[in-house]
Ligand binder design. Structure first.
Ligand code: SAH
Length: 223
């Protein structure tokens, strides 16, 4: 399967481009060395259309079809760093697989990633790319992730890559005690990135990190 992708890249998609991206993310404030290392190791150009691949290592969101986007590298790195801040993570839920790039980064840093996507063709493409990178510690599922993934709960951490208007209670319920959720929240009036820590079964701490701009969390599935 790997033969269909130029995993190493060349020119605008070379290792030098990945190294430069990691340096620029560090300059923007990303501190976690393991996260920066994962950025250096992951060929983002295979997660987007070939016609757009030359821009893969700039700090931009890019279209991936079906009105969805691959998140900016900065935001991927930032969310991952926030998720990993407290402790090593075994079980992580990602809502919104999209291109699979964030899944690939996470999978290098945690025990296992359960990633759900509501649009089947996007999930299928992500699966091919993650397979090409020989990433095995993932479980992809085609489902509406707004209700979480009850069968595999609780999760040490939850990362949501599409924005609901409010934090879904099901996701809070499926977070383990001492767990962390990183989630963009808000509608057309603006979104903020929130870090939610579950202190006890009843007590939740919420921190607002920064303004963000994600596609909306939608309900239902597309086959
Ligand atoms: N991390 C991805 C982000 C893709 S954009 C990347 O960097 O490529 C967000 C994704 O969330 C889209 O693919 C969208 O289809 C998906 N999504 C939106 N609502 C969802 C839901 N309720 N359940 C699962 N996936 C959802």
């Amino acid at each position: 399967m790997a033969e269909q992708f130029n995993l190493r890249g060349s020119g605008m998609t070379s290792q030098r481009a990945r190294d430069r991206l990691a340096v620029s993310l560090q300059e923007k404030g990303i501190e976690n060395a393991a996260v920066l290392n994962a950025i250096r190791n992951t060929p983002r150009h295979i997660f987007i259309d070939e016609a757009l691949a030359h821009g893969a290592y700039e700090n931009n969101a890019l279209p991936i079809g079906y009105n969805q986007t691959i998140s900016q590298p900065y935001i991927v790195a930032r969310m991952t760093e926030l998720l990993l801040a407290d402790k090593p993570l075994q079980k992580v839920l990602e809502v919104g697989t999209g291109s699979g790039y964030q899944t690939a980064i996470l999978a290098q840093l945690v025990g296992k990633v359960y990633s759900v996507e509501r649009i089947k063709p996007l999930q299928d493409r992500a699966a091919i790319r993650l397979d090409a990178l020989s990433i095995k510690n993932i479980h992809l599922k085609h489902t509406d992730g707004g209700m979480g993934l009850d069968t595999y709960a609780p999760f040490d951490a939850i990362l949501v890559t599409a924005a609901p208007d409010e934090v879904p209670v099901e996701l809070v319920e499926q977070l383990a005690v001492n767990g962390t959720m990183v989630i963009p929240v808000g509608g057309s009036n603006g979104q903020t990135l929130k870090v939610i820590k579950k202190k006890t079964a009843q007590q939740i701490d919420t921190q607002i990190v920064e303004a963000v701009n994600f596609v909306p969390l939608l309900s239902g599935v597309i086959s």
